[in-house]
Design a protein around this ligand. Structure first.
Ligand code: PMP
Length: 394
């Protein structure tokens, strides 16, 4: 790698984070983190693991009990026809899963079709594997879904995979079962891998359905599915994710890289994962319900106090408001590199202490939008709205 890594982009979210550290009493709506704490079942299981001296090396792909529980969950909840727990491995969070997967899947120059906008580490990990992300627009008017004709037109002789992320960061769009069936059919016809990032599988609103593409008939063998405990169990800092893939060669490659990057995922954290899965799942539904209420509060606040500045329909999944900037907000004299969304983000951070991420950071189709995370607690959301009112009051 060496010099090559210099050419791999770093996410603008990091630049925003650095700006936020310079602000006193900030509203941290920039970070994709929930305000909840991990449930007691996770804490107690980790305490027990410490008391029981689980401080030694483990099997590379994961603690057997955790793999068993995950295989059972994937079959029961996601309807994925996992054959044995050997079909999966745990990772140091979902981001590590993406790293292992793209390094194992791609030859230099291979293309992966990604949504535009998209979560920047998706592109970063493809580029780090010497692959080429090929953006395909998600359309706001279609609930941030693809035009399937456009998606098909992006396939070239170099295409190796289509990456989908539903519910989606940053837009909150949720792909329908029919969308995923059509994308799966494309992958089968054109002999492509389907990479499914299901980080927000538990966070859907208004009765929307989360569908795991690997559960659709005939698709398990060409799908690699990535999951994480980060959002469902408020375990962002603990770093626990998992990958399921039926292809043994691909798994063998990922296992090798898993070993070389961390030997095994931290033992205590894996026991925390066991606690999460053995315990009551009420917390997951509790978080989801509260996030739906926060979404509604946030959008009501925006409509009332910044309705002439921002537009957009409440999302059906994930926990981001990806708001369209109307033409009524005048950009300052020198917007950063001509980007209105960067100008807006800098304005809100410097004048209003409101953390947010410019849409341009998620790809060309994100320009003109700003992302706010509404998974912060209600007081912080209310503070951000009040501050926004003050910023935009002439
Ligand atoms: N995929 C997407 C789309 C995400 O937004 C995130 C978290 N921001 C992840 C994967 C992975 O999260 P983690 O590494 O915390 O598991």
């Amino acid at each position: 790698m060496g010099k090559f890594v210099d050419a791999v982009p770093f996410s603008g979210i990091i630049r925003i984070r650095d700006m936020m550290y310079g602000i006193e009493h900030p509203f941290r709506l920039d970070q994709g983190d929930v305000s909840f704490d991990a449930p007691g079942t996770v804490q107690q299981a980790m305490h027990r693991a410490i008391d029981d001296n689980h401080s030694h090396y483990l099997p590379t792909t994961g603690v057997p009990r955790l793999l068993d529980l995950l295989a059972e969950k994937l079959r029961r909840v996601n309807r994925i026809p996992v054959r044995t727990p050997e079909d999966l491995m745990v990772t140091t969070g979902g981001i590590h899963g993406l790293y292992l997967l793209f390094q194992s899947l791609l030859e230099p120059g291979d293309e992966v079709i990604v949504p535009d906008p998209a979560w920047p580490p998706c592109m970063g990990n493809i580029i780090a594997a010497r692959g080429v992300p090929v953006p395909c627009t998600l359309h706001e008017h279609a609930g941030w879904r693809y035009d399937l004709g456009e998606l098909e037109a992006k396939i070239s002789p170099r295409t190796r995979a289509i990456y989908v992320n539903s519910p989606h960061n940053p837009t909150g769009g949720v792909l329908t079962r029919a969308d995923l069936q059509a994308i799966g059919a494309l992958c089968s016809e054109r002999r492509l891998w389907l990479v499914s990032d299901e980080a927000y599988e538990d966070i859907v609103f208004d009765g929307a359905e989360h569908v795991s593409p690997a559960s659709l008939p005939g698709l398990y063998d060409r799908t690699v599915s990535l999951f994480t405990f980060s959002k469902s169990y408020a375990m962002t800092g603990l770093r626990l994710g998992y990958i399921v893939a039926s292809d043994a060669q691909l798994r063998e490659r990922m296992k090798k890289l898993l070993f070389y990057t961390c030997s095994n995922v931290t033992s205590v954290v894996q026991f925390g994962g066991i606690g999460a899965l053995e315990g009551s799942q009420e917390c997951v539904e509790g978080f989801r319900r509260e996030l739906e209420a926060r979404r509604d509060l946030f959008y009501a606040g925006i409509r009332e106090h910044a309705g002439d500045i921002f537009g957009g329909t409440p999302p059906r999944g994930a926990f981001y408001a990806f708001l369209r900037m109307t033409d009524s907000w005048p950009p300052p004299q020198s917007p950063r590199a001509g980007s209105r969304s960067w100008a807006m983000a800098e304005h809100l951070i410097s004048r209003g202490r409101i953390g947010c991420v410019p849409g341009a950071d998620f790809g060309a189709a994100g320009e003109g939008y700003v992302r706010f995370c509404f998974a912060r607690d209600r007081a912080e959301l209310a503070g951000a709205i009040e501050s926004m009112r003050a910023v935009f009051t002439p």
